[in-house]
Design a protein around this ligand. Sequence first.
Ligand SMILES: NC(=O)c1ccc[n+]([C@@H]2O[C@H](COP(=O)([O-])OP(=O)(O)OC[C@H]3O[C@@H](n4cnc5c(N)ncnc54)[C@H](OP(=O)(O)O)[C@@H]3O)[C@@H](O)[C@H]2O)c1
Length: 298
Amino acid sequence: MRILLIGKDGQLGHDLSPVLTALGTVVAVGREGLNLANPDEIRQTLRDLQPHVVVNAAAYTAVDRAESEPDLANAINNIAPTIMAEISQELGAVLVHVSTDYVFDGQKNTPYRETDPTHPVSAYGRSKLLGESGIQQACDRHIIVRTAWVYGVGGKGNFVKTMLRLGAEREELRVVVDQVGTPTWSLDLAQAIAQFVLHLCPSAANQTAATGIYHFTNSGAISWYDFAIAIFEEAAALGFPLKVRRVVPIVSAEYPTLAVRPAYSVLSDQKTAALLGNPAAHWRQGLRHMLKQLAESA
Ligand SMILES: NC(=O)c1ccc[n+]([C@@H]2O[C@H](COP(=O)([O-])OP(=O)(O)OC[C@H]3O[C@@H](n4cnc5c(N)ncnc54)[C@H](OP(=O)(O)O)[C@@H]3O)[C@@H](O)[C@H]2O)c1
């Protein structure tokens, strides 16, 4: 099986490369090998490589910057994956794409299911939602994995790394308490994506008619404040250098950002657990593993 991994240098891409290698021959491209702002490059790359499976881990993920660059966010998060879907359909390939909890407005207080109405409240969320519908219209055999609050060892940065950096510099940190979601370790997500690939592929032993949207996060639900506390507890136990003594809970209004974020964006795992047959690991377990990896790679 020939697999094209797009976005190899992001957090998720970093963890997907080795995981997908267990399934077949992987060609992994980053920005220097394929600029997603160029539709012709996308068409050419797919037609040249003739993959059986396309996995798109790339995205415009700068949530606040997207408010002032909506066209670029749309090009990378909507136009590019829609073209991937069109060419996948032409080649008879399957497409696995990653989307976000930010397609929801956060007004619910129970986990969002795949069938719940979407209503993004940011330019990033709108661009990702348009990408979902572009794929659904263009490619018969696709899986769109909505996930949330992703962190991992690879890529340029995330909440965990930011907390570790600030926690090593300052005695007091202020972290928002009124946004609730589920932190998701990129390696757990990568392993779930590999399982989705097997469910989409004609040659796989456990092939099903799986196609459409699936939610995957680690399990559990917490606020960014609770997550920060857990990061410092786990990091202290592993001997990370920390100066922080106090984490102060604040509301989002005290930490204004350019983009509005959903207050509650927990994703239901029922549909995915029924397909994959195993529940996702708890977020705290993912955090512990990621911090160990980070400590070992330092
Ligand atoms: N991070 C989260 O909290 C989160 C939450 C929900 C859903 N998701 C979704 O999960 C997926 C993976 O996210 P992630 O956290 O791994 O993101 P990430 O670390 O920001 O990686 C995204 C990758 O896409 C690349 N990219 C951006 N613009 C590109 C372009 N024009 N051409 C080629 N490559 C380009 C980036 O390259 P550069 O580094 O060079 O820009 C980066 O390597 C995305 O679909 C994202 O929307 C993420």
